[in-house]
Each structure stands twice: as structure tokens, then as C-alpha cells.
Design a binder for this molecule. Structure first.
Ligand code: F58
Length: 804
């Protein structure tokens, strides 16, 4: 398509779809028409990809995830279809700017953080690698809350991403699937029949997922809940209008809002309803397609492989069993074989409190037949276990049912028993799954466990986010943009690490990215960014284990020393410390940490003497769109979780790929990043995972650490003195006392080593050639972290394994 053709289609779409002409078009009209113009291209490709599933030789991948943190769509679709320049030229010929139109696009924030963003990267890579796949999830009316700060405290506003419609969505109410809930189970020992009490409709809302320069467009199918008409009508006829409205409300509540949790599941009925709602609708979709293609249910595992993104969709395991047993009349053994060979489970955590359990008194009333099936699965499993010689202690600890503090289903156990493969998301994480979290399962089924280290899509996080670096890479490597599909080619940059012209160009790109971030922050937040300072960035959900507290304590020490004349300002490497973080609404300590960071920011940024050397930028509402501007501008990437707690991290990979150096612990994928970039190009500090275990065994007393570290004490005492809360000196007492007497994630224990390591960062930065060299080597050596590589690993280690 050339620019004239594009412009023509665009203006026609504007007229026919929005009923306006160029002169009367609003921002929303322009955005919508642009999206539809590009979407039309994708639909043509999509029809060839999904034309006839029965001729597809590869297993179809079904990715089940309660979250997809997509980011904006238009620029990505233009990139994938190679229409960016065409669109730019076309719009310019109409007196419009592509960048203006796309910069106002609203991102669908249908995820909390890393897990949801990973799902989005994987969808991109599946399509790019031309693997037939469908992503299934929930179309929340409201995504992750919009964060605002009032007096430095986090407030949550509803995320109204659908206010002006969603031009990328194709909704099919006529293809609604009915999902059943509640009720009871009838029948005798041999035939069981679920008699549900309620019925809701699941409406498929489809998003096209284009592969980059590929012939594949996959589908992301998000389910939206609606009341069934039949249900409404019965009640309407009885004249009870309030009850009818209540039924509608009940149904529509299911997909109304994303739970803004980060790692502690809250065990609410609505959450389980959401999980079952999308798992059931997705399985219905998969089975219908399978049967329509004339295939037998016995061949399901050969045709389809289902990847469970954490335990949120794991209720699909008993649901498939129910369909096979109750609806299709298969024997238990056949149904179990099919089920167990179809599912695979990815675990994303190491925190015990993040492992989902569903109390029987929630699960039973909502899904009575599923609970029976879970008991039966457990019965068979525990029998086998006993036959293998396991003692009762082992049997109890591996059971799918926990007895204390309340009887509940352990979803990670159900997932492990019901899946062909279980994987962790980084080498260290997978190892810790095998040796601690799921150790007993790993010794029982050693072959079931594997690792697939996470990755990120270079299309969004390099080509779109960092166009200047992308074109520098293309110019330097001389392979066009082939590297975007084969990220290991970045290795070729190592040949240029001593080339002065390349070094200068690389440095200029980084500086331009800082200028771009500065413009964004000025417009978006009214924040002024010093583009001549080192940009030190910590962006991620706020959680104790990630240790934003460690970062802010060190900033406070530096500030206090500068104020007290303990640091000669003339020797200081100027830094801006950038934070982006949302806290779960009910997470008190996390919200206090946000308040503290904002208070310190206010104090530092208002101090004319200090600000040129040390300042804080903490824009509210960090999201994918802001990440795309912040990450390319960063010099230093803070990945400072307590070793053994961050499953992988994916932000860490995005920073390294964009030429930031990492200061980090040996945790998650940091371990692999450091191995690849080399110890000279990575700032390592802190306890290792075995150190942590040992220290906890020996008895950890944070107050003693405080007494022994003058610098740490200086930071904590400065807070306690009310330096950041003059009208209320005791404002941060709860944080301080938690550090001194609890400090579950041992921020204090790692403080001294962290401070030492930050000095090494300053020294390295003081030598720009040395720093840039390290930054280039980070880019050159981290091609491994493309999500294309992750997906290839899933193909060979998980999806293409022969069925047994
Ligand atoms: C994250 N988990 C891990 N969970 O923390 C991170 O290390 C990893 O890189 C990433 O997954 C991808 O594997 C995560 O983001 C959630 O957000 C859940 C949302 C639903 C409630 C429980 C936490």
C-alpha cells in the first residue's frame, strides 16, 4: 500500500465509520480511523493464518492468562506491517502528524506487572515466529488503577480505558458461550451431573496480534461477561425488576475490574469466579474447534497444548475433566490421560504467600462438581504416592488439599499434578522450585520440571521504544533490521566497542533519550529532569521483597551527608533517582514507602544547594507507555531484590538491552544477565540465596545491623527526626520500626554492601569511555533475552515434547 492509497483509506474510514470529515474530526475520530485502517490490513493476513485449523501440522498453543499488559497498539501494528513510513507520509499529506495521533492512544492496562507484560511479549513472539496460537484472558472493563499522588500519598482512580471505545477490538456477542456457576451435583456414584444455579454469557472480544514481518496474525481472545437474556426474561416476566437488574449486575461484575494485587492473592469469591469464567469459556472454544475439525477428543493433546500462566487459570484442569467425563462420557483414566497431557504450568513466584489456595467453603458452593473432581484427582494421586512408598507426612504435604489454617485447595499442587511440564522463569528460580517450593514433586517426577528463562520483545522495547538506538544498530551491523528477529546478531556490536565514532553516536542516542524523557515528564507530570545527571532508575511494582526501601535509604544517607558537609559536593557524580511504582491498594507498608519517597523527593528537589547533585523524579502512574520512554533513557538499572525472591524480572532485561548497567543482587534473571554481560559490566552486591538462608537460620536482628552501620543509622535517624515530615516527625514510625524489628526482606543486612557498590558505580561513571563501553557490551551481549528465544525454548522443552 502506498501513501496515497493509505490516505484514501484513512479518509474513507473517517467518513464511513465516524461520520466526520477531516476538518471536523476529533482526536478520538482520528485515532479510531487510523486504527481501523491498519486493522484492515491485519484482518486479511489473519484470515490466511486461521483459515483451516485441521491442516495445521503444528500443535496449536493456547496461552491462558488472567492478565495481558499490552501497551498501546497502533505503532506496534504499523511496525509489524511495515507501514509506519507510509502512514506518516499519508497523514502528513493530510496535514496530520502520526506521532501526535498515536501519542494520545490509551493503553489497555489489563495486568498488574511482570506476569501480564510477559504474556503480551509472548503473544508478540508467537506471531513473529509463525506459531499458531491463541491467547485467552479477561476483558476487564477497568484495568489496573490509575495512580495519583495527593500530598505524596497514593490514590487509586478507575482506569477508564474503554471510555472512547477500543478500535482494536472485534467483539462477537453472537458467538457468546454460556458459563455455569453454583448449584449442586445430582446422581449416584457412577453418573454425576452438575445442576448449576446461575448462567452467564462470555462474549469473545478479539484482538489481532500481528507478528513482526511475518505471515502470521494470531488472536488474543478476551472474554467479557454479560447476563443471559433468558435469565433476565424469566425474572422480568415475574415482575421483579430489581431482581432482574441484580442478575445483570452480578453477571457483568465478573469482568468488571482487574484485581490490583501484586503477590498476595486475596481469596475472594469474585476472583475465583473470574478465573473459572475465562477458563471455562476458553476450554469450550478449544474443544468446539477441535471437534469441528472432525477430530477425536483422544487426540486433543496432539492438536493443542495449553500453557497455564501461573495458577490463575488452573481451574481449567478440573473443568476439562468435567467436560470429558460428564459431557462426553469418557472413562476416568482416558479423561485424566488427555487432561494431564494437554496442560503445562508456569510458576512465577517464590513467595509462599503468593501461592494461591482456594478455601473449600468458597470453591465448593461456586463449583461443586469441580470440587468433587479435585477430590477424586487427589485420591488417585495420593494412592499412587502411597504405593510408591511415601509416608503419611509426605502424603500430607503433597496433598492437593491443605488442612490448616482452613481447608483449601492448593492450586500450585493441582497445577503440578495435572500438567505434563512445570517450568520456572529463570535458571535460579527453576532450581529453587525444584529444591524448595515444589521439591517433593520434583523428586517424584524429575522429568516434569524444566526452565524457560523469560524474555522481552525487542520490537516494542527496542524498535518502538528506542528508535535511535535501533537505527544505529541497523547502520552498524549492516544486516538491515534482521537483528530484530534474530537478536543474537547484537553480538556483532562488540566489534565496534572501540570505534570512536560508534561510541560517540551511542552516547548521543542515550542523551537524546534523556531529552525525550525530560519532555515527556514536563508535559505529563510537570517534573523537571536534569538531563546532564546520571539517570538511576527503579521501576516496578512496590513490594517489600523488591526493596525500594533499600534504594531510598541510600539516597537519604547521601543527602544527609551532603547537608552535613560529609561529602564534598565538588566530587559528586550528579544523579537523578527515578522511581515508578504502584502499590496494591491494601498494602500498608508499600503505601507508606511511596509516601516516604515522595516526601524525600519534595525535600531534595526544593533544596537549591543539593538538587544539582541529587534529585528524585517519581512520576505517578508508571505504565507500559511511560516504560517505553524511561527505559531507553536510563544509565543505571536498579534490580535489588533480596536473593531468592524475584522469580525472574523482565525490566532488568529491557534495561540491559537499552544500554543501562545493572546494580543488582544474584536474584532471578540478574544471574544470567551478569553471566552474559560479564562481571566487569554489572555491579553486584548483596547476600546470595544460600547466604540469606544461613543468615535467617542464625537469627537475623536488624536492630543490631542498624547499631553497627553509621551510614544506615544516619538515614534512619534523619527520617525519625522529621526531616521529611516536619509537621509530623513520627509520620514514618511504622516504616522505621518495621525496618528495625522485622525487616522480613533484609534490606538492612544488604545496606553496607549496596552503599559500597554505589560508590563503584560512581567511579565507573566518572570515566565516560569506560561507562559507554560497558553500556555497549550490555546491548551486544543480551540478545539472549529476546522473548523469541523464550518461545523457542517453550517449543522444544514444553510444547513439542512427544506425548507419552
Ligand atoms: C512476576 N509475577 C514475577 N505476578 O514477580 C517476576 O519476577 C517475573 O519476571 C514475572 O512475573 C514474569 O515471569 C507477577 O508479576 C503478578 O503480577 C500476579 C498478579 C495476580 C496476583 C498475584 C501476582
Amino acid at each position: 500500500m502506498d501513501a496515497t492509497h493509505f490516505a484514501d483509506r484513512f479518509t474513507t474510514t473517517l467518513r464511513h465509520l465516524r461520520g466526520v470529515d477531516l476538518h471536523s474530526a476529533s482526536d478520538v475520530d482520528l485515532r479510531t480511523a487510523l486504527a481501523h485502517t491498519v486493522r484492515a490490513e491485519l484482518i486479511d493476513t489473519w484470515q490466511t493464518t486461521h483459515g483451516n485449523p485441521s491442516t495445521t501440522p503444528q500443535r496449536h498453543v493456547a496461552y491462558l492468562s488472567a492478565e495481558y499488559l499490552l501497551g498501546t497498539q497502533t505503532r506496534n501494528a504499523l511496525l509489524a506491517t511495515e507501514l509506519t513510513d507510509t502512514a506518516r507520509e499519508a497523514l502528513a499529506s493530510l496535514g496530520l502528524s502520526l506521532d501526535d495521533i498515536t501519542s494520545r492512544e490509551v493503553e489497555p492496562g489489563l495486568g498488574n506487572g511482570g506476569l501480564g507484560r510477559l504474556a503480551a511479549c509472548f503473544m508478540d513472539s508467537l506471531a513473529t515466529l509463525e506459531i499458531p496460537a491463541t491467547g485467552y484472558g479477561i476483558r476487564y472493563d477497568y484495568g489496573i488503577f490509575r495512580q495519583t499522588f495527593q500530598d505524596g500519598n497514593q490514590h487509586e482512580q478507575p482506569d477508564t480505558w474503554l471510555a472512547h471505545g477500543s478500535p482494536w477490538e472485534i467483539s462477537h456477542p453472537e458467538r457468546a458461550v454460556t458459563v455455569h456457576l453454583g448449584g449442586h451435583v445430582d446422581g449416584d456414584n457412577t453418573t454425576r451431573r452438575w445442576v448449576p444455579e446461575r448462567h452467564v454469557l462470555a462474549i469473545p472480544c478479539d484482538y489481532l496480534v500481528p507478528g513482526y514481518k511475518s505471515h502470521t496474525v494470531n488472536l488474543l481472545r478476551l472474554w467479557s461477561a454479560r447476563a443471559t437474556d433468558a435469565f433476565d426474561l424469566t425474572i422480568f416476566n415475574s415482575g421483579d425488576y430489581e431482581k432482574a437488574v441484580a442478575a445483570r449486575t452480578y453477571a457483568e461484575t465478573i469482568s468488571h475490574v482487574l484485581y490490583p494485587e501484586d503477590s498476595t492473592p486475596q481469596g475472594r469469591t469474585l476472583r475465583l469466579t473470574q478465573q473459572y469464567f475465562f477458563a471455562a469459556a476458553s476450554l469450550h472454544d478449544l474443544l468446539t474447534r477441535h471437534l469441528k475439525a472432525g477430530r477425536s477428543l483422544h487426540t486433543l493433546p496432539d492438536a493443542v497444548t495449553i500453557q497455564l500462566n501461573d495458577t490463575h487459570p488452573v481451574i481449567a484442569i478440573p473443568e476439562l475433566m468435567r467436560l470429558l467425563l460428564d459431557e462426553h462420557g469418557l472413562s476416568w483414566d482416558d479423561a485424566w490421560h488427555i487432561t494431564q497431557q494437554t496442560f503445562n504450568y508456569t510458576c512465577h513466584t517464590l513467595l509462599p504467600e503468593a501461592l494461591e489456595v482456594w478455601p473449600l467453603d468458597i470453591l465448593g458452593p461456586l463449583l461443586p462438581r469441580h470440587l468433587e473432581i479435585i477430590f477424586a484427582i487427589n485420591h488417585h494421586f495420593l494412592d499412587d504416592l502411597r504405593r510408591s512408598g511415601a509416608d503419611e507426612l509426605r502424603v500430607r504435604s503433597m496433598s492437593l488439599i491443605q488442612e490448616h489454617p482452613v481447608r483449601a485447595v492448593r492450586m500450585a499442587h493441582l497445577a503440578t499434578v495435572g500438567s505434563r511440564t512445570v517450568n520456572g522463569v529463570a535458571e535460579l528460580h527453576s532450581e529453587l522450585l525444584r529444591t524448595s517450593v515444589l521439591a517433593q514433586f520434583a523428586s517424584y517426577w524429575p522429568d516434569r520440571f524444566t526452565n524457560v528463562t523469560n524474555g522481552v520483545t525487542p520490537r516494542r522495547f527496542l524498535a518502538l521504544a528506542n528508535p535511535e538506538l535501533a537505527s544505529l544498530i541497523s547502520d552498524t551491523l549492516n544486516v538491515g533490521d534482521r537483528w530484530l528477529k534474530d537478536l543474537d546478531l547484537l553480538r556483532g556490536l562488540e566489534d565496534h566497542v572501540d570505534d570512536p565514532a560508534f561510541i560517540a553516536a551511542f552516547r548521543e542516542v542515550k542523551h537524546n533519550n534523556k531529552e525525550r524523557l525530560a519532555r515527556t515528564l514536563a508535559n505529563r507530570d510537570g517534573i523537571e529532569l536534569n538531563t546532564n545527571a546520571m539517570l538511576d532508575v527503579m521501576v516496578k511494582r512496590l513490594h517489600e521483597y523488591k526493596r525500594q526501601s533499600l534504594r531510598i535509604l541510600h539516597v537519604i544517607t547521601q543527602y544527609a551527608k551532603m547537608k552535613n558537609g560529609l561529602i564534598d559536593l565538588a566530587t559528586v557524580t550528579p544523579r537523578t533517582v527515578f522511581f515508578g511504582a504502584k502499590a496494591a491498594p491494601g498494602y500498608r507498608l508499600a503505601k507508606e514507602t511511596i509516601s516516604l519517597i515522595n516526601a524525600v523527593a519534595t525535600t531534595l528537589n526544593a533544596d537549591d544547594e543539593i538538587r544539582p547533585y541529587l534529585s528524585i523524579a517519581f512520576p505517578a502512574n508508571y505504565n507500559v507507555t511511560l516504560a517505553e520512554t524511561a527505559i531507553p533513557a536510563a544509565d543505571l538499572s536498579e534490580q535489588i531484590s533480596l536473593a531468592g525472591k524475584e522469580a525472574s524480572g523482565t525490566g532488568n532485561m529491557k534495561f540491559a538491552l537499552n544500554g543501562a548497567l545493572t546494580i543488582g543482587t544474584l536474584d532471578g534473571a540478574n544471574v544470567e544477565i551478569r553471566e552474559l554481560v560479564g562481571p566487569d559490566n554489572f555491579f553486584l552486591f548483596g547476600m546470595t540465596e544460600p547466604d540469606v538462608v544461613q543468615r535467617q537460620r542464625d537469627g537475623y536482628h536488624p536492630h543490631t545491623v542498624y547499631e553497627q552501620s553509621a551510614d544506615l543509622a544516619l538515614a534512619i535517624d534523619t527520617i525519625s527526626s522529621g526531616a521529611f515530615s516536619p509537621s509530623e516527625p513520627g509520620r514514618y514510625e511504622s516504616l522505621v520500626s518495621d525496618w528495625l524489628w522485622n525487616d522480613r526482606f533484609m534490606a538492612l543486612a544488604d545496606y553496607e554492601d549496596y552503599a559500597r557498590c554505589q560508590e563503584a558505580v560512581d567511579r565507573h561513571y566518572a570515566n565516560p569511555d569506560q561507562w559507554t563501553r560497558s553500556a555497549i557490551l550490555n546491548v551486544a551481549r543480551t540478545g539472549f533475552f529476546s522473548s523469541d528465544r523464550s518461545i523457542r525454548d517453550y517449543q522444544t522443552r514444553v510444547w513439542q515434547r512427544p506425548t507419552k
